[in-house]
Design a protein around this ligand. Structure first.
Ligand SMILES: NC(=O)c1ccc[n+]([C@@H]2O[C@H](COP(=O)([O-])OP(=O)(O)OC[C@H]3O[C@@H](n4cnc5c(N)ncnc54)[C@H](OP(=O)(O)O)[C@@H]3O)[C@@H](O)[C@H]2O)c1
Length: 250
């Protein structure tokens, strides 16, 4: 049985990965901070899919949490899903620096360190896959540092995939648009202005991601709506993109 470790596995996109992979008979290692919720998620998955589920409570914004997940990854897994993430309430430069650094730790440092921890085992076996959850926002400037942190994830994933291109290890950045999860509420964001047709379902995002991973894509943009939006976005000059970001910020 292959094993997958998923960070942020108790809600939203991470929970959808857990359901999808359990249905594919993966053994799971679930990472998140809330221990009770982890245990409940694990029980539900075991009951429904009959797979083995380990829980690993860890806060990826702390040294202790990162070290414990690194240590589990060194024991070997077949698939790592770096999914845990969040948005800070407020815009740059009003967000306290401690919150900005926490985001960089979870979105960038954790992704780097967990990748480095899992890779030696994958290289030894010459197989494995890493999915790093970024965002469609990674391709545009914005009023917060969120998109900058997610741009790092795309560049890092593509660079790692290139470096490993002679191996059978796949690295892919997943770049979804707006997904109905707990994300916006947790970040105290008012999402009421986002039109209904831009919302995606977490299960659809994960299905598309796993299909793209099997196809060997290095960047996955689920759903045709966002493929079109990103293609149009690429045609808009950067100066105009910056103007739009400035308008949104003020
Ligand atoms: N929703 C969207 O519209 C959207 C769009 C593009 C990209 N994304 C990205 O998708 C990923 C998943 O987001 P989501 O929308 O599914 O969010 P979500 O519903 O809020 O779920 C976040 C998950 O991450 C865990 N988590 C948060 N901080 C953590 C930390 N410091 N250490 C360990 N686990 C932590 C949470 O559990 P605990 O609170 O128990 O730790 C929870 O399981 C994120 O990287 C996000 O940036 C989301």
């Amino acid at each position: 049985m292959p094993t997958a470790l998923i960070t942020g596995a108790t809600a939203g996109i991470g929970a959808a990965f857990a359901r999808h992979l359990a249905a594919e008979a993966y053994s799971l290692v679930l990472v998140a901070r809330d221990e009770q919720r982890l245990a409940k998620t694990a029980d539900q998955l075991k009951l429904r899919y009959g797979v083995s589920v380990e829980v690993l409570p860890a806060d990826l914004s702390t040294e202790d949490g990162l070290t414990r997940v690194e240590s589990r990854l060194r024991d070997g897994v077949d698939l790592l899903v770096n999914n845990a993430g969040f948005g800070n309430a407020g815009s740059f430069p009003d967000v306290p620096v401690a919150n900005e650094l926490r985001m960089l730790k979870v979105h960038c440092e954790a992704v780097l360190r967990l990748t480095l921890a899992v890779l030696p085992g994958m290289r030894e076996r010459d197989r494995g896959a890493i999915v790093n959850v970024s965002s469609a926002g990674a391709f545009f400037p914005s009023a917060s540092t969120y998109s900058a942190s997610k741009a790092w994830v795309v560049n890092f994933s593509e660079s790692a995939a290139s470096t490993l291109s002679r191996s059978r290890i796949r690295v892919m950045a997943l770049c979804p648009g707006f997904v109905r999860t707990e994300f916006h509420q947790r970040a105290s964001m008012d999402s009421s202005a986002i039109p209904w047709f831009l919302w995606l379902k977490a299960d659809d995002v994960v299905r598309a991601a796993m299909r793209d991973l099997a196809l060997g894509k290095r960047v996955s943009v689920p759903d045709v709506r966002y493929k079109v939006l990103l293609a149009i976005g690429r045609l808009v000059p950067r100066s105009i993109q910056n103007m739009v970001a400035a308008r949104i910020a003020h």
